[in-house]
Design a protein around this ligand. Sequence first.
Ligand code: AMP
Length: 197
Amino acid sequence: MRLILLGPPGAGKGTQAQRLVRKFDIPQLSTGDMLRAAVAAGTPIGLKAKAVMDSGSLVSDGIVIGIINDRISEPDAKNGFILDGFPRTLAQARELEAMLVEKGLKLDAAIELTVDAAKLVDRIVNRAAEAKAAGLPVRKDDDPDVFKSRLAAYERDTAAVTPFYRERGLLREVDGMASIDEVAAGIDNVLDEVATP
Ligand code: AMP
């Protein structure tokens, strides 16, 4: 099973990806996690990526494409993988397509967890207010302004990516505002559908 999971922060991508990892015994390949690990380890890629990541911009296509190319060739990705946070640009989507063709691999689906941005912001604002009222620290990611800018960045970055997969008949939308179990069922339906010859 080779999947791309698309969706803004707060859509529940992490929860669903973890479930799919267990279900199919395939790795979740998050470029954000890999870049953070490279920064922490002080590798040449990490050193290049750090300032860009700190500024909230995108790391160069060449760097992330190189990381993914190496990673999907590793033994644990032989039976499939879930891409998370990649591709973020049209160039990355095109390179991934070429990479998979070269390796003789096929993508099964690009699943987008769709959200109502206004409702998602309300949810975060409430969560931040509740934490504050309880005297708890507000997580940086739950700061409404930080959250809004991450949401805007996601919409800007992926604007060109979803049409790319739609044109290829690979895009599947699942309502990310539903409950965790309902989203899981929606994803499983999509996977049953794409697995049918
Ligand atoms: P994330 O954890 O997916 O939000 O990624 C954290 C940061 O890593 C992003 O803000 C980017 O700077 C960088 N990053 C992660 N994935 C990519 C990607 N596919 N292309 C470019 N930059 C990325």
